[in-house]
Design a protein around this ligand. Structure first.
Ligand SMILES: [Fe+2]
Length: 189
């Protein structure tokens, strides 16, 4: 647990071209199969959980989270995405939720694939977050631990404290599903 002395605001990352369009049709903690087929999304099933807190460590309850990501092939369900990787009919890839009373949140999803962002640049697997508290908005991206592409990613490298954007493995659960922990720190909340 951090003390207030060494806690830092989660670094900003760019919003990117794939922010979800349309109204809040995807409300719910599940990014898998919300509107499409009745089969199983492809890829590694994971959960991402964490807390929204402020610099003093207080929970930010009721924060509005918009979360979006590519599918396991590295393709966004978004008209701006010209990647040739396939869509997955059982994967929506975006949601809007609120943090709980203790600031916590949890989503079920699949691990996103890497995708090309330029001729010599593969983005590592990552999940986009937009967080709106009472006083502020934070836009960032969560990365996965032990990904070789993290070392060469220009956006991650540009962050002031890139290590704060890499999720931690949470191994305490009995479920066989991989669980990652990603806390988000706002200034005031
Ligand atoms: Fe992205």
């Amino acid at each position: 647990m951090c003390t207030s002395e060494n806690r830092h605001r989660t670094p900003d990352q760019i919003l990117g071209p794939y922010f979800p369009v349309g109204r809040g049709a995807f409300t719910g903690a599940d990014l898998i199969g919300m509107e499409a087929g009745d089969g199983q999304a492809q890829g590694e099933m994971i959960e991402v959980t964490g807390r929204i807190i402020n610099l003093d460590g207080e929970p930010v309850r009721g924060a509005r989270l918009t979360i979006w990501q590519a599918n396991s092939f590295g393709r966004y369900r978004h008209p701006n995405d010209r990647n040739v990787a396939p869509l997955d009919p059982n994967f929506v890839g975006c949601t809007r939720i609120r943090s709980n009373e203790d600031g916590s949140y949890v989503i079920k999803t699949v691990k996103p694939g890497a995708y090309p962002a330029g001729p010599d640049w593969m983005r590592p697997p990552h999940i986009h977050f937009e967080v709106r508290g009472r006083f502020e908005r934070l836009v960032t991206q969560m990365y996965f631990p032990d990904e070789p592409l993290n070392e060469r990613d220009r956006l991650l490298a540009a962050a002031l404290r890139p290590e704060l954007l890499v999720a931690a493995e949470a191994k305490l659960q009995k479920t066989p599903r991989r669980i990652l922990n990603f806390d988000i720190v706002l200034l005031r909340g």
